[in-house]
Design a protein around this ligand. Structure first.
Ligand SMILES: Nc1nc2c(ncn2[C@@H]2O[C@H](COP(=O)(O)OP(=O)(O)OP(=O)(O)O)[C@@H](O)[C@H]2O)c(=O)[nH]1
Ligand SMILES: [Mg+2]
Length: 207
């Protein structure tokens, strides 16, 4: 049965410097991933209606910690560090991508990924890697074309159709929507998808 979660009462639990020291691999979690500066932390703040829950920054690459939040007991949202920050040393970038791959592959409680991409620059190489890895381990993805307020309605629809057309033939079980933290576009669709993921995972993890 579909459960409705109140994302507004989400609270910060802890930060981890790498995936080896995350909270225990129990319950259900959904992670927010994407290029640095894509708008992940802002999306979390918009969803939870809390201005300062997740740290946002004008300087890309600022989130170097894995921030973990709890909606309610055993139901978590994860703010992942961004990838592809050009000013970060190549080795460090590579290291974080490997961590991310491991996280997607090994984290049993990960039941969904919200992948944010700037609507003006969707589906870059690294975004496609994340989609591929998630598909390989059957972790469902919701693609959010973020900062949609940067485009007018027509341009938004063109980008949305373009991304759907590119991705749907490759991966059928993927949802693509436009999103804006600034104009609160797509927030309902995001919470609806989270409700679906959390409800169905809770059912399968409860004895
Ligand atoms: N116009 C507009 N700007 C946004 C939106 N969402 C985020 N931003 C801006 O984009 C910048 C980056 O936002 P963050 O939410 O910190 O992005 P992030 O993906 O968490 O970045 P990292 O943690 O550094 O990887 C900030 O200056 C935000 O104010 C949006 O919906 N519209
Ligand atoms: Mg961030």
């Amino acid at each position: 049965m579909l459960q409705y979660y109140n994302y507004h009462i989400t609270r910060f639990v802890t930060s981890s410097p790498n995936i080896r020291v995350l909270l225990s691999d129990t319950g259900v979690e959904v992670a927010f991933a994407g290029r640095s500066n894509a708008g992940k932390s802002s999306a979390l703040n918009t969803l939870t209606n809390q201005k300062l829950l997740a740290r946002t920054s004008r300087n890309p690459g600022s989130t170097i910690l894995i921030n973990q939040f709890e909606v309610t007991k055993g139901i978590r949202l994860i703010d992942l560090p961004g990838y592809g920050y050009s000013k970060m040393h190549k080795n460090k970038q590579h290291q974080w991508l490997q961590e991310l791959r491991k996280y997607i592959y090994q984290r049993d409680c990960l039941k969904g990924i919200v992948l944010l991409m700037d609507i003006r620059h969707p589906l870059n190489d690294l975004d496609q890697k994340i989609i591929q890895w998630s598909d390989e381990v059957k972790v469902p993805i919701m693609l959010l074309l973020a900062k949609a307020d940067k485009l007018n309605y027509i341009a938004r629809q063109i980008q949305l159709n373009f991304v759907r057309k590119e991705i749907l033939p490759l991966i059928s079980n993927i949802q693509v929507e436009v999103f804006s933290s600034l104009k609160k576009i797509g927030v309902d669709k995001l919470s609806k998808q989270l409700n679906i993921w959390f409800s169905s995972s809770i059912l399968s993890t409860v004895d």
